[in-house]
Design a protein around this ligand. Structure first.
Ligand code: ASP
Length: 327
C-alpha cells in the first residue's frame, strides 16, 4: 500500500489554527447520504465495507457490520498492517490492537494480542462476555483461547523478510512513515439509525515490544456516541492518544460542528500540540473519519494521501481526504 500516503516536507505553521476560532466561524459543509452508511479508512476499506454492507443492507446492526467488515481485512495476508500478515515488532513478534464500541456505549478492547487473527472479535467477546473493557498481552490471549479462538502464526514469510531486512539498519525508534503502519477503522450507521465502530491494526511496524497505539484505546482510535456521531483515526497513534482524538471529534460534533469541520479541528489540535512540543510534522500523519447521526460524514488528515471508503445506497467508493499541509 505504498501509494496510500505521500509524505511531504512541512515548511512551517503558516496555516490558521482553526481550533482557536469560535465555532460559528468554522462553517458546516459535510456530505450527507442518509442511512445505512459505512465508512472505513484507506483503500482496504473498500473490501471491508462490502462485507459490512451485507449486514447493513439486510437491516443488520451496525455493531455486527463493523465487526464483520474489519474481519475481512484481518484475514487478508496481503494487508501488511492488520491481522494475519501484519508487520511484527522489533523482536519479530506480531502483536495486534483492536477495539469495538456499540450504540449503547458498550466497549471492548485488546492490546498486544498475539497469535489470534481476529483481534476485533476477541475485543467483541471482552465487550459481550466480561465485566471489563480491555485485556492486554498474555491475559488477552488466555481469554481468547478460553473463548475458542484458534492460535495461529501471524508472521507471514513476506513480513518476516521485511523485518529481517529492517534489522540490518534498525534504529532504536521505529521509523514512523507512511509505509509501515495503517489501521482499518470503520464506523457505521444502520437502517435503524444506530451507530457503532471498530478498529484493528498490527500497529506501527518494528515498534518496541509492548508498545500500544491509539487503535485499541476507546476515545483515541475510536469513539461512538449514539446521540451524536462516531469517529475513528489512523496514523501516528501517539499523537492521537495525546489529543484523545476520536473522542475530541465526537465532542466537537456535539458542539454543533459538522463531521468534516470536527475532523479538521481535531487535526488542527494535533498540529498545535506538535508545535507546542517543538516538533515538526514531517514524520507525523494522522487521519480522522467521522459520521453523525444524520449520515453526514467527513474526513481530514495532516499530509496528502489519506483516503477512505464510503458505502451507502449510491455504492462503494474511495474518496481522498482533504489535508492540512499544502501539496
Ligand atoms: N494508529 C496506528 C498505531 O499507531 C497505526 C496506523 O493507523 O497507521 O498503531
Amino acid at each position: 500500500m505504498q501509494s496510500r500516503r505521500k509524505f511531504l516536507r512541512y515548511s512551517g505553521f503558516g496555516a490558521l489554527l482553526l481550533q482557536q476560532l469560535p465555532l460559528f466561524a468554522l462553517g458546516q459543509s459535510s456530505k450527507t447520504t442518509g442511512k445505512p452508511i459505512v465508512l472505513s479508512t484507506w483503500d482496504f476499506g473498500l473490501k471491508a465495507n462490502a462485507e459490512a454492507w451485507k449486514v447493513l443492507s439486510n437491516n443488520g446492526r451496525a455493531v455486527d457490520a463493523v465487526e464483520q467488515g474489519v474481519r475481512f481485512t484481518e484475514a487478508d495476508p496481503t494487508e501488511r498492517s492488520v491481522g494475519y500478515g501484519g508487520r511484527p515488532d522489533r523482536d519479530g513478534i506480531v502483536t495486534l490492537d483492536a477495539c469495538i464500541m456499540d450504540d449503547k456505549a458498550n466497549i471492548g478492547s485488546v492490546a498486544g494480542l498475539e497469535h489470534i487473527v481476529h483481534a476485533v472479535s476477541v475485543a467483541r467477546a471482552v465487550m459481550d462476555k466480561t465485566p471489563h473493557v480491555m485485556l492486554v498481552g498474555d491475559g488477552a490471549l488466555q481469554f481468547a483461547k478460553e473463548q475458542g479462538f484458534k492460535m495461529e502464526n501471524l508472521l507471514t514469510e513476506a513480513s518476516e523478510q521485511e523485518w529481517k531486512a529492517w534489522l540490518k539498519t534498525a534504529k532504536y525508534e521505529p521509523v514512523v512513515n507512511i509505509e509501515n503502519h495503517d489501521t482499518i477503522g470503520m464506523i457505521a450507521l444502520d437502517a435503524a439509525g444506530n451507530l457503532s465502530g471498530a478498529c484493528t491494526t498490527s500497529g506501527m511496524a518494528f515498534k518496541l515490544h509492548g508498545r500500544v497505539g491509539d487503535s485499541p484505546i476507546i476515545g483515541a482510535g475510536l469513539y461512538v456516541d449514539n446521540e451524536i456521531g462516531a469517529a475513528t483515526a489512523t496514523g501516528h497513534g501517539e499523537e492521537v492518544i495525546r489529543t484523545v482524538g476520536s473522542h475530541l471529534v465526537v465532542e466537537l460534533m456535539r458542539q454543533g460542528l459538522s463531521p468534516q469541520k470536527a475532523c479538521e479541528a481535531a487535526v488542527h489540535r494535533i498540529v498545535a500540540f506538535t508545535k507546542k512540543r517543538g516538533k515538526t510534522l514531517d514524520a507525523i500523519q494522522v487521519g480522522f473519519i467521522a459520521l453523525n447521526k444524520k449520515g453526514e460524514y467527513g474526513a481530514y488528515c495532516i499530509h496528502k494521501g489519506f483516503n477512505f471508503a464510503k458505502y451507502d445506497h449510491n455504492g462503494n467508493e474511495l474518496k481522498a481526504a482533504k489535508h492540512y499541509l499544502k501539496g
